[in-house]
Write a protein that binds this ligand. Sequence first.
Ligand SMILES: CC(C)(COP(=O)(O)OP(=O)(O)OC[C@H]1O[C@@H](n2cnc3c(N)ncnc32)[C@H](O)[C@@H]1OP(=O)(O)O)[C@@H](O)C(=O)NCCC(=O)NCCS
Length: 173
Amino acid sequence: MFSWPGLIGRFLDLTPKRAAESATEMVQVVLPNDANPLGFILGGTVMHLIDIAGAIACHRHTRSLLVTAAVDDLQFLHPIKVGDLIILKARVTCAFRTSLEAQVDVYSEETLTGRQQLTSRAFLTFVAVAQDGTRLAVPPLLVETDEERRVCEEAKLRREGRLRKKVESTTRS
Ligand SMILES: CC(C)(COP(=O)(O)OP(=O)(O)OC[C@H]1O[C@@H](n2cnc3c(N)ncnc32)[C@H](O)[C@@H]1OP(=O)(O)O)[C@@H](O)C(=O)NCCC(=O)NCCS
């Protein structure tokens, strides 16, 4: 196969894709090494996994290199204990020009009972880049149902808010 690092991602296939084509689920068990002294998974570990899950969904959508541009504010609604499973469900919500948003829902699952709880919901923005940092146009997201249209419209509103915040934080002295 033709492969030259300088060209990675320069010729993205811009065929529109469905969110289902890139939807990603990651599951792992929480081990003592991931936990604080209370036996709960570290927030930083959850953030790392959220970044990975969101990036995988976006890589599957774009098939390009990506950088994380933004992670929206994050809450940890319930602890996830050592021995529980942590489940991350990521999907692309909307594709813009060179950036796209992923939603990552995090659940805990008790291994002995199967009880699941939503513990966090995160929205991340990734930018498609070539090896030299050039921004690349991303494939459009096919939105076919009313639900998908709603999700994408909400993502557009969040994007406006993020870009507003970015201007505010870069103009603040
Ligand atoms: C993210 C980054 C590429 C944006 O670069 P920039 O020159 O400020 O932005 P650009 O004008 O090139 O915009 C590129 C896209 O990113 C979007 N974007 C830029 N900053 C953004 C932000 N804070 N939130 C959401 N989207 C953002 C733009 O809207 C644009 O998307 P669009 O083409 O779909 O409209 C750049 O700031 C960067 O490389 N940051 C570091 C990334 C990184 O290392 N991440 C790992 C964690 S530190």
